[in-house]
Design a protein around this ligand. Structure first.
Ligand SMILES: Nc1ncnc2c1ncn2[C@@H]1O[C@H](COP(=O)(O)OP(=O)(O)OP(=O)(O)O)[C@@H](O)[C@H]1O
Ligand SMILES: [Mg+2]
Length: 261
């Protein structure tokens, strides 16, 4: 089953797109792990998870006892040795929270992001992401931060498709270029741009002109129902059937679901 990463500049709509895509894939019969790899987790909200379920989700990085138990790290001793391959295979079943066929896990803030910091917490998260990416039966959808910190070289090799979300603005395009470059270095086989918050044809032209040779998988309009769903903490998927259809078409174009789904 596909392993998918969603990246892009802050605020472009990564979480919105990921949440709709998760439901599209679940509706096609896939078992979906939705992984919130952002520092301020909002994926549960965009998926419309009931508050009591959202409250149950603890970011893996904050599970100090678990990290200690699995890595053997000595708390408070940053110089101590710890295991670089902690056992994580039981964690998805134990800690994911499930609603409408979607299993949500939060990773939490990776410490020393961008510095390649090796600490027990980061090691745990990377081991878990790698484990999930290597499982065969489930679909994994990673809602990322711009810098791809959760993807190490070995991990990225298991990602089948990456979507870089952009909005019609120069800054999000600049970040998208950086991400596309990293994705290339990491050998991710299938990298797509998704244009979001499109107001008119001119916006699409602007995006097409600037994304270079990264293919456009599709586009989503600026839609007030997304804002309303956000205000109500309701699932974006339910709020706009237009958006749901467009994301479904994107999933087809990029081979995540088949024509008949
Ligand atoms: N197509 C759209 N139409 C209107 N508003 C949108 C659309 N897509 C996203 N938004 C709004 O833009 C804001 C940012 O969206 P979202 O949280 O999905 O972005 P993000 O890339 O995940 O942000 P962050 O980098 O903070 O995680 C939200 O308030 C959301 O409701
Ligand atoms: Mg987000």
């Amino acid at each position: 089953m596909p392993k998918i990463a969603v990246a892009g500049k802050g605020g472009v709509g990564k979480t919105t797109f990921s949440a709709v895509l998760a439901y599209v894939l679940a509706a096609a019969g896939q078992t979906v792990y939705a992984i919130d790899a952002d520092s301020s987790p909002t994926l549960g909200q965009a998926l419309g998870f009931p508050q009591e379920l959202q409250d149950q989700v603890v970011p893996i990085i904050e599970m100090k006892d678990l990290v200690q138990e699995r890595t053997g790290a000595v708390p408070g001793d940053s110089g101590s040795y710890f295991r670089l391959n902690p056992r994580v295979d039981d964690i998805p079943a134990r800690f994911a929270v499930e609603y409408r066929g979607i299993r949500l896990l939060e990773m939490g803030v990776v410490r020393g992001a961008g510095t390649g910091c090796v600490c027990p917490e980061n090691t745990m998260v990377k081991a878990l992401v790698t484990h999930l990416l290597l499982r065969e039966k489930e679909t994994v959808l990673l809602d990322m931060v711009a810098g791809l910190e959760h993807l190490g070289r070995g991990t990225a090799a298991a990602v089948d498709a990456m979507y870089i979300v952009v909005e019609p603005g120069q800054r999000s395009i600049g970040v998208a270029e950086d991400i596309a470059r990293m994705a290339k270095e990491l050998n991710i086989p299938s990298v797509w741009v998704v244009a979001n918050k499109v107001r008119a044809e001119e916006d699409l032209d602007f995006i097409r002109k600037h994304i270079g040779d990264v293919p456009l998988a599709g586009w989503l309009p600026r839609d007030d129902r997304v804002v309303e769903a956000d205000q109500l903490s309701a699932a974006v998927y339910d709020a706009s059937s237009d958006l749901a259809e467009r994301v479904k078409a994107i999933a087809k174009v990029s081979g995540l679901i088949s024509e008949g789904d």
